[in-house]
Design a protein around this ligand. Structure first.
Ligand code: RVP
Length: 494
């Protein structure tokens, strides 16, 4: 083995070579695979970071046709609850609806509705028999919050349908009776499900949504390798998670391979993804362990200092290309994780062999990311930090017990000054709703596929070519010799 490998290239080092095209940008089909079992309409994944993905971001990403991965800087219960929130947010049919009891107070119901962002709930007795429904309509004019549900609910008989009712029949019942919620009951009158009108309108509003077989939005979550990782995985599976990512900074390791194999053995067919790696051998290790997708990226993240602190990593385009040499023949999808700043970087990552990309900084400024807006000199920002930063590892205020430091292979330490951070904390400009951001990103991808003459992502893998460029080429690529006066929605200066 020679001491030096080939030169590593990253996004700014390459451009796609324009190629003959017999299509329009709109003809590009961005359908792709996140993992062996999950397909997405757009190749975008929101990062498992505490300033990027909790339930709200995951819902927004799935509605756009991508997916969100819930971060793990939360207690097991909190992370499982986030998964539950996504799974209940929108559904063809809720099989296990949120209910209340006739003895609950209106204050209890109010809290329930706020937590699950719902407008009311079926009321069941101790045996699970439907006795009524309480909705906004029943509560709106009630000023005494200590009154019980029994006093204000709309009691049986209600319009209900049997389990297994077709979507069309359910819609007809909702429409004919001018109601918003249709409880499904079995022969004994027990509540077995709920269909709401909101779910029909949402399907129309978000036709690309990533959904499971029951019509619920799809969501993933990160786990680690240390301590409670298996327990965490079990709680997430119980909450209905669709994919688990064994999320570490060094996936080319025994611990990650073993954990993937263990979780896969108990996941009942749920996909398990492993990462991160940056070489062909690393990708092969995860494939051999049974991973349903491989996540690639050691050090490209905008908030990451791994390459500086540890002196290790691989520029991301080369890392993706190398890992794809193992993933491609094995039929295992590849996620290019980190380092993307522009929509063109998505095109480059896909050309290099990625099936999807994971985004941190590009999404951290969205309305749906956790955290409040920060105002500085009249401009709006949101905070964004590495999961290996001091701030993320110190994050105990939300009751977290599993800290992200095992992501970086480090044990519990007695004090903060004994921790070796591999990330920093900062802020990114506020960018508005996820829908607007992904619209520009996916729009850029369509343009790129048009220039490359490729209609599909597999065609991009096969046919597109990347040309290494010089720093003069990069300078020429960006706007130059002009003072920018108006910001474009898809271009910012670094
Ligand atoms: P970016 O999109 O460039 O902001 O990168 C996001 C990625 O950076 C994450 O998905 C993760 O792989 C990586 N990351 C997260 N925290 C840290 C760190 O503290 N070093 N790195």
């Amino acid at each position: 083995m020679s001491k030096f490998t080939e030169t590593g290239l990253t996004f700014d080092d390459v451009l796609l070579v324009p190629a003959y095209s017999d299509m329009a940008p709109g003809d590009a089909n961005t359908t792709t695979r996140l993992s062996r079992g999950i397909s997405l309409s757009i190749p975008l994944v929101s990062a498992a970071m505490d300033t990027v993905t909790e339930a709200r971001m995951a819902v927004a990403m799935a509605r756009q046709g991508g997916i969100g991965i819930l971060h793990r800087n939360l207690s097991i219960e909190e992370q499982a609850q986030q998964a539950d929130l996504v799974k209940r947010s929108e559904a063809g049919m809720v099989t296990n609806p949120v209910t209340c009891s006739p003895d609950d107070t209106l204050a209890d119901v109010e809290r329930l509705c706020a937590t699950y962002r719902i407008s009311g709930a079926p009321v069941t007795d101790d045996a699970g028999v439907l006795v009524g429904i309480v909705t906004n309509r029943d509560m709106r004019y009630e000023s005494d919050q200590s009154r019980t549900v029994r006093e204000v609910m709309t009691a049986m008989p209600l319009v209900t349908a049997p389990v297994g009712v077709s979507r069309d029949d359910a819609f007809s019942l909702l429409k004919a009776n001018k109601i918003e919620k249709l409880p499904l009951v079995d022969g004994q009158g027990r509540l077995r499900g709920l269909i709401t009108i909101k779910d029909f309108t949402k399907s129309e509003q978000y036709p690309l949504s990533t959904k499971d077989a029951d019509g619920r939005l799809v969501v993933g979550a990160a786990i680690g390798v240390a301590g409670d990782a298996e327990q965490r995985a079990q709680a997430l599976l119980d909450a209905g998670i669709d994919v688990i990512i064994v999320d570490t900074a060094h996936g080319d390791s025994k611990g990650v391979g073993d954990m993937i194999a263990k979780i896969k053995a108990n996941s009942h067919g749920i996909d398990v993804i492993g990462g991160n790696v940056a070489t062909r051998a690393g990708a092969q290790l995860l494939i051999d362990a049974g991973a349903d997708a491989v996540k690639v990226g050691v050090g490209p993240g905008s908030i990451c200092t791994t390459r500086v602190v540890a002196g290790v990593g691989a520029p991301q385009i080369t890392a993706i290309h190398q890992a794809a040499l193992a993933c491609g023949p094995a039929g295992v999808p590849l996620i290019g994780d980190g380092g993307l700043q522009y929509s063109g970087d998505i095109v480059k990552a896909i050309a290099a062999g990625a099936d999807t990309v994971m985004l941190g900084s590009l999404l951290a400024g969205c309305e749906e990311s956790p955290g409040d807006l920060i105002f500085i000199n009249g401009k709006q920002f949101k905070s964004y930090r590495g999961m290996g930063s001091l701030g993320a590892v110190r994050n105990r205020e939300r009751g977290g017990t599993s800290f992200s430091k095992d992501r970086y292979g480090q044990d519990e330490v007695s004090s903060e000054d004994k921790y070796i951070p591999e990330g920093i904390e900062g802020q990114v400009p506020y960018r508005g709703p996820v829908s607007a951001v992904t619209y520009q990103l996916v729009g850029g991808l369509h343009q790129g596929m048009w220039y490359a003459g490729c209609r599909t992502i597999p065609e991009m893998h096969k046919r597109s070519q990347l040309m290494p460029i010089t720093s003069a080429g990069l300078k020429e690529s960006h706007p130059h010799d002009i003072q920018m006066t108006v910001e474009a929605p898809n271009y910012h200066r670094r």
